[in-house]
Design a protein around this ligand. Structure first.
Ligand SMILES: *[C@@H]1O[C@H](CO)[C@@H](O)[C@H](O)[C@H]1NC(C)=O
Ligand SMILES: *[C@@H]1O[C@H](CO)[C@@H](O)[C@H](O)[C@H]1NC(C)=O
Ligand SMILES: *[C@@H]1O[C@H](CO)[C@@H](O)[C@H](O)[C@H]1NC(C)=O
Ligand SMILES: *[C@@H]1O[C@H](CO)[C@@H](O)[C@H](O)[C@H]1NC(C)=O
Ligand SMILES: *[C@@H]1O[C@H](CO)[C@@H](O)[C@H](O)[C@H]1NC(C)=O
Ligand SMILES: *[C@@H]1O[C@H](CO)[C@@H](O)[C@H](O)[C@H]1NC(C)=O
Length: 423
């Protein structure tokens, strides 16, 4: 009898433990949307519908760019919001054949706005001109659809006062980014430098670790790509800044792979192109001759999820809607998600150099990425929690905003193609 109770207690303990760990293994997307895992499929369907509606709306309002100020979706509110400067044009939109005989109109809200797409684009261009003139340091500039205005994110630590003052005529919103909820995993350091060894790794997945063996800088595996013209040339795509730029050693740096669970290093190869491809921050690690080429996969690591520890990357896709989700897998913070905040942005680095076309994603007030995640794959779930579409590689963080380089730029500038899962 006593044994029986012992067993019962043990089972009970197990059960509690299991529940506890479940709390911590809520899907990253459920974390973002603040829903339970079992509600995710419903919310997927809603998001998919909203994106479809947004894709119909965007060309319609582009015919009236003086009357509308852009669109964004909100999954929790189940609505596509249309910034409306001139309400008299609304009936022309709602009367369009694409929307008329559907229930789509139930999912569209026209909201009063001051700034039309023309006004926003014009001011954005003028501010870009000022960025080139004043070369402000560490700023992020984008059109925020919810604010219906241009936002300039800047750091108090940098004196950009001349530039910021010069932009005031365009009435942008200034934000000094902050984080109220830092990511717990970002504080952990590697206590011990992992040992370089040639052990058998069966698979290399997107999101796993990379180490620059020269400066011990950590990054993340992005994705597997092949040369456009020569199928035999194989690369791992990661962030260009993982390599030491413009040093006499550049090009001689070797990169090694680190799995999430066992930090042992496996030497992969060298980066052939770093940060030089029209100043877009990505690089290619040449694994053509590597013994680990056969270990390369088209999967993305998501170990913290109980049911979907490995995500299947089906395709490359493009982001079209503000407010849609984007998730990344990275060596430090693993899988986390944010909302698309800025498309076609302008970012400057600590030296005032400007970089175009990064996409910002964020969960307001939360830190969703940290150092070491750079290069990791950014993706959207397609219709379930198993299959995803690649949208880019993660590049960095500024307060609660993270940014990624879109896939189409990487593929066209790198003259490479994505290796997709064959099934
Ligand atoms: C709606 O569209 C139809 C034709 O598609 C047109 O005859 C009608 O005048 C339109 N109504 C409004 C309010 O624009
Ligand atoms: C539009 O501009 C007016 C005057 O500047 C301001 O009071 C109002 O709040 C603005 N409306 C929106 C929706 O931003
Ligand atoms: C920032 O720079 C401007 C000139 O570029 C200078 O007048 C101002 O005093 C500086 N402010 C601070 C806080 O250093
Ligand atoms: C800010 O810019 C205005 C003109 O746009 C100029 O008159 C003013 O002196 C500037 N102030 C500072 C502190 O730079
Ligand atoms: C990658 O490695 C292969 C095999 O060593 C080599 O032939 C090729 O030129 C390299 N690619 C680049 C771009 O350096
Ligand atoms: C972050 O915390 C500060 C201070 O508690 C608060 O003022 C601010 O509104 C918070 N920011 C967000 C986005 O919640």
């Amino acid at each position: 009898m006593r044994n029986f109770y012992f067993l019962l207690n043990l089972l009970l303990l197990f059960f509690i433990f299991d529940k506890l760990s479940l709390v911590y293994t809520k899907e990253a997307l459920a974390e973002l949307w603040d829903v339970e895992d079992n509600e995710l499929l419903d919310f997927f369907a809603i998001e998919k519908k909203l994106i479809t509606i947004d894709k119909i709306l965007q060309p319609l309002i582009k015919e009236h760019i003086l009357s509308f100020g852009g669109t964004y979706i909100n999954v929790k509110k189940k609505q596509v919001f249309v910034n409306t400067v001139d309400p008299s044009v609304v009936p022309i939109i709602t009367n369009s054949s694409e929307l008329m005989h559907t229930d789509y109109l139930n999912f569209i809200t026209f909201v009063t706005a001051n700034n039309s797409l023309v006004t926003l684009a014009d001011r954005f261009l003028k501010i870009y001109g000022l960025i080139k003139q004043f070369r402000p340091k560490n700023i992020e500039c984008y059109i925020d659809m919810e604010f219906n205005n241009i936002v300039i994110r800047h750091s108090q630590k940098k004196n950009n006062s001349e530039f910021l003052n010069s932009t005031r005529v365009y009435n942008p919103i200034f934000i000094q980014p902050s984080v109220n909820f830092s990511h717990p995993r970002c504080k952990e350091g590697i206590t011990q430098f992992p040992i370089l060894r040639r052990n058998l790794i069966l698979e290399i997945l997107g999101g796993e670790g990379l180490m620059n063996l020269l400066n011990r800088e950590e990054c993340s595996v992005g994705f597997w790509a092949r040369d456009n013209y020569n199928e035999n040339l194989n690369y791992i795509v990661t962030a260009g800044h993982c390599s030491i730029k413009r040093s006499r050693l550049a090009g001689a740096e070797n990169f090694a792979h680190m799995s999430w669970d066992s930090p042992k290093l496996n030497r992969l190869g060298q980066m052939v192109n770093s940060d030089k491809i029209d100043r877009y921050d990505f690089g290619l690690i040449n694994i053509t001759d590597s013994t680990y080429l056969k270990s390369m996969t088209t999967l993305i690591r998501n170990t913290d999820s109980k049911s979907y520890a490995e995500l299947i990357m089906e395709d490359g896709i493009e982001v079209t809607s503000y407010g849609s989700h984007a998730c990344k897998s990275g060596w430090r913070s693993h899988v986390t998600c944010g909302y698309i905040k800025g498309l076609g942005t302008i970012t400057t680095d600590s030296k005032g150099r400007a970089f175009k076309d990064l996409i910002y994603y964020s969960k307001s007030a939360f830190q969703i990425t940290c150092a070491g995640d750079s290069g990791g794959p950014v993706y959207s779930y397609l219709q379930d929690l198993k299959t995803v579409g690649l949208i880019g590689i993660h590049l960095g963080r500024f307060g609660d905003f993270s940014k990624f380089l879109p896939l189409n730029i990487i593929l066209s500038k790198g003259k490479i193609k994505l290796v997709r899962s064959s099934h």
